[in-house]
Design a protein around this ligand. Structure first.
Ligand SMILES: Nc1ccn([C@H]2C[C@H](O)[C@@H](COP(=O)(O)OP(=O)(O)OP(=O)(O)O)O2)c(=O)n1
Length: 178
């Protein structure tokens, strides 16, 4: 089950969903539109190594926009800081971004119950496209979770993406043992 607009608002009133900043006009029928934060990042090395810490360089999107190029993975970040304490949040693209050939996640759309942070976007484009800080970039949808949670994401010692940030965060795959 996915939360409706009214149920999302009820959860916000209860404090079990936090979206900051919140703007009622961004609420869809059963989703909430999120926006592109001002920082992007790219990996320093062209060839990445899943076992190593691949470092990134952050840069600000200029006021008059930034042209994304195909063939490069850009990490972006949502303007919105979110907390979700009783539901499973999912980050999805928007039809309007998809129609510009912009993918906002490579594979990871699911969030965890207890995730408290901005969302890192894994952005790639089909053809060159100019993007702007503050533009609508995706939408959050909230699923009802079945069963009790033993470990919330924000209390999980091994959680990799729990440090509060307004900038995109690189892959922490290197923290996994394999
Ligand atoms: N595009 C996305 C998708 C997810 N997340 C956040 C919300 C999730 O709660 C958290 C962890 O996501 P995953 O469980 O998919 O990631 P990992 O399994 O790699 O990390 P961990 O070991 O911390 O669970 O990252 C994000 O910021 N941006």
């Amino acid at each position: 089950m996915i939360l409706s607009d009214k149920r999302i608002l009820e959860e916000i009133d209860k404090g079990t969903i936090i979206i900051e900043p919140f703007d009622g006009s961004c609420l869809g029928t059963n989703s909430y539109d999120v926006h592109l934060g001002k920082y992007l990042a790219t990996y320093k090395n062209r060839v990445l190594d899943a076992k190593k810490h691949n470092e990134i360089e952050h840069f600000e999107i200029p006021k008059d926009g930034y042209i994304l190029q195909p063939g490069t993975l850009y990490l972006g970040v949502t303007l919105e800081y979110t907390e979700t304490h009783g539901h499973v949040p999912f980050l999805e693209g928007k039809s309007s971004t998809g129609r510009l050939g912009i993918d906002i996640h490579a594979t990871a759309g699911k969030g965890d119950v207890g995730f408290c942070n901005t969302w890192t976007l894994e952005i790639s484009v089909a053809q060159p496209v100019k993007i702007y800080a503050g533009m609508p970039i995706g939408q959050l949808i909230y699923f009802v979770v079945e069963g009790n949670i033993e470990t919330m994401y924000n209390t999980k010692g091994s959680a990799k993406y729990n440090n509060k940030t307004t900038k995109p965060v690189e892959s922490m795959m290197w923290k996994n043992t394999f």
